[in-house]
Design a protein around this ligand. Structure first.
Ligand code: NAD
Length: 267
């Protein structure tokens, strides 16, 4: 039996990649897709990605999509993710959340969805980045605070949140390795007379430009050496592939909020 996958935000950069990934994966089929409005409404999902028509058209009713899907994949915007999380709660449909930049009250809806539906949330669905999280935690646990930790990231010019969700997850991994809370030690930006760098700080540097899909580095620097763990995404396909893998993994799972580490068996 094929797993029917719904794609909210199906005309976005990631939404289109997910349509292609589902079409290319034997064990699943496209259940449908939604957009908030605009010219994509009513278009055929296959045509939208330059493939043969699927006979399924872009809609604008997320609740209806959750009802007919075995899993729904969400790469949209925080305000939409909030509504989609409520639809997952109401229907119990497996839900995969990739949207970043969620405020605390948006995140609360995702956590609530995990009480009645199986949910995977990840700031990054690539296998390599999830290994980077694990390695960052391990290195931070091994090196003492003589090593300053900085997280560098670069993304394309269209990205609207900063630092990236992935950079924040790297920061969380480093903080976990050190046994501290990121919110107590994070420095998200520097400008002007910042003073010397406090020991134990975890710093972030954000770059935006061109078409960069996503570069991330966790840097550990003391006076005499520097260790850098770097991941560079070469295609959005790695995120779409991971999201579809997560959607398939969720089938038959109990309600709960799972991570990509759970999906990949990394912990
Ligand atoms: P995008 O702007 O190209 O796509 C977002 C789409 O969502 C748009 O088509 C928009 O019209 C649609 N949308 C907005 N409101 C909607 C609603 N109410 N219902 C349905 N659709 C709605 O952006 P993108 O580059 O595809 O990224 C989307 C999100 O995914 C961002 O938060 C980005 O940071 C995140 N992202 C996460 C990962 C990951 O691995 N977790 C990877 C890449 C991007």
């Amino acid at each position: 039996m094929s797993v029917a996958i719904g794609i909210v935000g199906c005309a976005g950069r990631m939404g289109r990649m997910v349509i292609q990934e589902v079409m290319a994966t034997q064990s699943c089929v496209v259940a449908g897709g939604t957009e908030a409005g605009g010219e994509a409404i009513g278009k055929d999902l296959g045509t939208l990605v330059g493939a043969d028509p699927l006979g399924i058209h872009v809609g604008d009713d997320p609740k209806a999509l959750f009802e007919v899907s075995d899993a729904v994949i969400d790469f949209t915007v925080p305000a939409a993710t909030r509504l989609h999380a409520q639809a997952a709660s109401a229907t119990g449909t497996a839900y995969v959340v990739g949207t970043t930049g969620l405020a605390d009250d948006d995140q609360a809806e995702v956590i609530a969805a995990g009480k009645s539906a199986p949910v995977v949330q990840a700031s990054n669905f690539s296998v390599g980045v999830n290994l980077l999280f694990a390695l960052t935690k391990q290195v931070a646990a091994t090196l003492d605070t003589d090593y300053d930790i900085e997280v560098l990231e670069m993304h394309h010019r269209h990205k609207v949140d900063a630092p990236s969700g992935t950079a924040l997850s790297i920061g969380e991994s480093a903080a976990a390795g050190r046994g501290v809370s990121l919110k107590d030690v994070a420095r998200y930006a520097r400008e002007g007379q910042t003073g010397a760098r406090p020991s134990g700080e975890i710093g972030f540097a954000t770059m935006r430009g061109g078409g960069v899909i996503g570069d991330h580095t966790a840097m550990f620097a003391n006076e005499v050496e520097r260790l850098e763990l770097t991941h560079k995404a070469g295609s959005r396909g790695i995120f779409a592939g991971g999201a579809v893998r997560a959607a398939l993994w969720l089938q038959g799972k109990d309600p709960g909020l799972y991570s990509m580490s759970d999906v990949l068996g990394l912990d």
